[in-house]
Design a protein around this ligand. Structure first.
Ligand SMILES: *Cc1c(COP(=O)(O)O)cnc(C)c1O
Length: 468
């Protein structure tokens, strides 16, 4: 399989090269030339497979330049009961009203990003070894992404990680999760500033071509193809767990921000998985909701973005969106370049709304703070089940768009233990269970370097630590 860029100006590449990339050199996103089609016979065979065997079947269609036995070993090493709590890896539970919850958050940092990131960590290490290369990962985080990246890359050979976070702006739990790591290749830097300042430092260092080349700077952000690929697997697994045979259809409802999670669902549907609808759930930052309802995409700036109680969805420029718009625009790289030329302005594809909703099955709904609180409360009262604020946005939207007899599977994107304040607002001071490995995490010693908001200081820190 070969990969091309959505902007059409990057030479074709194979999986192992695409894996280490962020943006394509032409500014686009990499994706397969065509998505493989899964026929009914294959789908019937896959129904009985374990998570790891299913992951191998799916990923080997895309990672065609990786030795099959090595790929199987990478998958088996990643998706273990020790890391994810069960052999099913992503089990499904059902609420009293029939809505199903696909558990994606039982990994080390209690958010769905672990599923892709844990694979990426192992795959990076493998590919770097094959190529005889090393990588310095730099990133900015306001919480979830940084911890998922650090837990995936800790202790990996030939990889150093420098993660910038806004000093004093994360929750106690998030700080403890990241700063308590003792692995020698993990470097936490708290910047005296906001998340956007951290992001600007990452951009400044990336834009310094000499520094970037010398230190082999890389990122693990949500546009990485390897992350999307690893996420396709749980749509298949979730489908099989929610149905009894392959004549049935299900809809997936996904709390969304950067469009990374649901993009994998879209690809699974393109591959022939019997998905009825893909339901995009947003919070008050409803750029995607506007697009899927009206066909108009109007990205917003960081200062126009609301800070909400489902913070991992506080995004107003959905970075993976281009992978879907490419398909919607009949795979025309020039059209994509045009649409994104003035990326601040956005674009109007309302003439394609029939395709967006019909052919591609997308619908969308929005949830607010009050909805989130009410949904957490309602689910607790009816089911004694605890869902986190992001998952609550999904359940709220699923309930509001549900058709008669529609099987809706909601993606559980985080565990409630991560968001104790909002849980307390909804439920009062009840005990929120915590997985064993995070029980006393706040009492561990923390390791973090606090720096002024200056890219030069971060650069000096990298030069001090990484010996070239
Ligand atoms: C990252 C994240 C999301 C949003 O996922 P996207 O792939 O960016 O759409 C939703 N919920 C939680 C808890 C997250 O960490």
């Amino acid at each position: 399989m070969y990969y091309i860029s959505t902007r059409g100006n990057t030479p074709k590449m194979q999986f192992s090269d695409v894996l280490l990339m962020g943006l394509a050199p032409d500014g686009g996103l990499m994706l397969p030339e065509t998505y493989p089609h899964i026929d009914r016979v294959t789908l019937d065979k896959w129904r009985a497979l374990s998570y790891t065997d299913l992951a191998f079947e799916i990923m080997s269609l895309f990672a065609t330049d990786i030795d099959k036995a090595d790929l199987k070993a990478l998958i088996d090493k990643t998706y273990t009961k020790i890391a994810f709590g069960t052999d099913e890896i992503t089990p499904v539970r059902t609420l009293k009203d029939g809505i199903k919850i696909l558990e994606l958050s039982n990994g080390p940092t209690l958010a769905f990003k672990d599923i892709a990131m844990q694979f990426l960590g192992n795959a990076f290490e493998y590919v770097l070894k094959q190529k005889g290369e090393r990588l310095t990962i730099i990133g900015a985080t306001s919480g979830d992404t940084g911890s998922a990246a650090e837990y995936a890359l800790r202790g990996k050979d030939n990889i150093e990680v420098f993660m910038m976070s806004p000093h004093g702006k994360m929750s106690e739990f998030q700080r403890a999760q990241m700063y308590s790591l003792t692995d020698k290749n993990i470097h936490n830097i708290a910047i005296d500033g906001m998340f956007d300042d951290c992001q600007d430092i990452v951009k400044a260092l990336q834009n310094d071509k000499d520094f970037k080349a010398k230190y082999r700077l890389g990122t693990v952000n949500s546009i990485n193809w390897g992350r999307i690929l690893a996420q396709i697997v749980y749509y298949f697994k979730g489908y099989f767990a929610s149905t009894t045979d392959n004549d049935q259809k299900v809809s997936f409802c996904v709390p969304s921000g950067n469009f990374g999670n649901i993009c994998a669902g879209h690809i699974a549907r393109e591959m022939g998985l019997p998905i009825h609808r893909l339901i995009v759930a947003t919070n008050e930052n409803d750029v995607l909701n506007d697009f899927f309802n009206q066909g108009r995409y109007t990205p917003r700036t960081p200062s126009e973005t609301f800070i909400t109680s489902s913070p991992s969805m506080d995004i107003s420029k959905a970075s993976n969106f281009e992978r879907f718009i490419y398909l919607l625009s009949d795979k025309n790289g020039e059209t994509i370049s045009q649409l994104w030329m003035d990326s601040k302005k956005g674009f109007d594809l309302s003439d394609k709304l029939t395709d967006i909703n019909g052919k591609y099955g997308f619908v969308s709904g929005k949830s607010t703070h009050a909805d989130r609180i009410a949904t957490i409360k309602a689910v607790y009262e009816s089911d004694k089940d605890l869902i986190d604020p992001h998952t609550a946005d999904g359940v709220k939207v699923a309930r509001s768009v549900r058709e008669d007899n529609e099987i809706i599977v909601c993606a559980e994107t985080a565990l409630p233990a991560k968001f104790s304040e909002t849980m307390a607002e909804a439920l009062g001071e009840i005990d929120i269970p915590r997985p064993t490995h995070t029980k006393d995490i706040e009492t561990l010693p923390q390791f973090v370097t606090v720096l002024d908001n200056k890219a030069e200081l971060v650069r000096a820190e990298i030069e001090k630590v990484v010996k070239i």
